[in-house]
Ligand binder design. Structure first.
Ligand SMILES: [Zn+2]
Ligand SMILES: [Zn+2]
Length: 263
């Protein structure tokens, strides 16, 4: 993955170099450096300025993050404790609407980080998260030949209040790395649903009924990857997937930043 985006970046740089006077490149670089000095990148784990300077996460903090490892559930992608099984307990007992999914981190190891990413305005974490998703899940996602990444939509008023939709930021950061377009307005949230962490499983499903709408499928997407921050029971992804199927999407996958048993 890294190779691909690196090559694309190199070509882009060459094109730009041909057009712009070399001096202005140096000025731009200096400008970026000055911005970094004034507003150093915060580490997504400890939330302090990253050490070493210029990195996206502290070398020490990186060790605290746990990645979802094999064996993984063939359906939802959660880590399995027993390598003789193909599916987790949840997927053995439930029919998910989506086809398959993947998660990057074990939720308990990034709980505080995701909390700040969602509720404390730390949109800057998206760059690190997107790059990590690309590096660890990119190859698997590209092998599915997706037409687009579709972020889980937020209710408009809620997004206005927060200033951003974290799933959209994730999709943009990932899409940029792996070269897949983001269709941010393909799905829309029509109701302001109660936070899922406060509800039981059956309540979660009722709470989400008719919460999503597809804005027509004029672009004829046939394979999509839904992007979300956390995967737990799959209620949200299933509800969006149901609407996407109705709109004619054939293959529906998801990629989540983290998966865990509780939000
Ligand atoms: Zn740190
Ligand atoms: Zn599963």
């Amino acid at each position: 993955m890294k190779g691909l985006s690196h090559k694309a970046n190199k070509n882009k740089t060459k094109r730009i170099r041909g057009k712009i006077f070399k001096g202005s490149q140096a000025t731009k670089k200096l400008g970026r450096f000055a911005i970094l000095l004034l507003f150093p990148t915060r580490c997504p784990v400890c939330d302090k300025p990253v050490k070493p300077f210029g990195a996206l996460i502290c070398a020490k903090c990186r060790q605290k993050i746990r990645y979802v490892r094999e064996p993984r559930c063939y359906k939802c992608g959660k880590e399995l404790k027993d390598n003789t099984l193909e599916y987790c307990f949840d997927c053995l007992h439930k029919n998910h609407v989506y086809d398959r999914g993947f998660s990057l981190f074990v939720y308990s190891s990034v709980r505080n980080s995701i909390y700040r990413f969602k509720y404390a305005g730390r949109r800057e974490y998206a760059e690190f998260f997107g790059k990590e998703m690309a590096e660890h899940l990119g190859e698997e996602l590209l092998s599915l030949n997706p037409d687009a990444l579709v972020p889980v939509p937020m209710y408009k008023e809620k997004e206005k209040k927060r200033g951003y939709n974290q799933a959209h930021l994730l999709a943009q950061a990932l899409g940029k790395e792996i070269g897949v377009p983001v269709c941010a307005h393909f799905a829309e949230r029509t109701r302001n649903t109660a936070p899922l962490k406060e509800l039981g499983i059956s309540e979660r499903q009722n709470n989400l009924k008719k919460a999503f709408k597809i804005q027509g499928n004029d672009v004829k997407l046939s394979t999509i990857v839904i992007i979300d921050d956390i995967y737990t029971t799959g209620s949200t992804i299933n509800e969006i997937a149901r609407e996407c199927r109705r709109a004619g999407v054939e293959k529906i996958y998801f990629a989540a930043l983290a998966s865990g048993s509780g939000r």
